[in-house]
Design a protein. Structure first.
Lengths: 127, 127
């Protein structure tokens, strides 16, 4: 698939992938994709990332059920980042049970948690 | 400044930085920050990145005038990405003269430019 070849998969073979909620407009997550992850994302219309810590494909929501259904995919001008416009299942993208992973805001020189926990992580990850 | 120490500056010493327009809600740019860039961003309230290609601090807008004034800074749950909510000077973030660097959309297996050029780059970069 030619669109995969427009990404310069050099070095670690990863591209930054930003997911933005189609409804709220919030930036939910920043994660990483390799070629296989991008290919599967496009084919399945679900966000699939490359987990750098686990060194394997990470089908977002595979444990939590918080799948990101991809409505739109965009590539930036120098092809080193991808933007996914998604419908976030459950309205929760973060493993802490919050809508967005960006729940800490810089206030007076400190990162302060400012967003509510929508669901207790213990209720999301049941093993 | 303690907030700088909460970022794990390991490896290349960089963190991904996503800029989102405060008014339109659009994701404008994905760039990189090192410790100095984040420090200066917070102090000056203007987005300062680390240019990986030029290997120096890049004060966004230093040539184009398209400064990003930072209204809010957020850190994600695993502290490997920063979100900047910005007021984009000129309404143009991309060196191609478009609002956002994410102007290419995947349509039928091809990246297609779908956003208008607001200003001719030749009029932005006059040297």
């Amino acid at each position: 698939m030619s669109f995969l070849d427009e990404v310069p998969w050099s070095g670690e073979g990863l591209i930054a992938a930003v997911a933005q909620d189609a409804r709220s407009g919030r930036v939910l997550t920043v994660a990483w994709m390799n070629r296989d992850a991008l290919k599967e994302t496009v084919e399945s219309r679900r966000a699939v990332y490359w987990s750098r810590s686990r060194r394997r494909l990470w089908r977002k929501g595979e444990e939590s059920g918080h799948v990101q259904r991809v409505r739109e995919l965009r590539l930036d001008c120098d092809a080193d980042a991808i933007l996914l416009i998604v419908e976030q299942e459950g309205g929760i993208a973060c493993h802490t049970g919050r809508e967005s992973c960006f729940f800490r805001k810089l206030e007076n020189g400190e990162w302060v948690s400012v967003d509510p926990v929508i669901k207790d992580p213990a209720q999301i990850y049941k093993r």
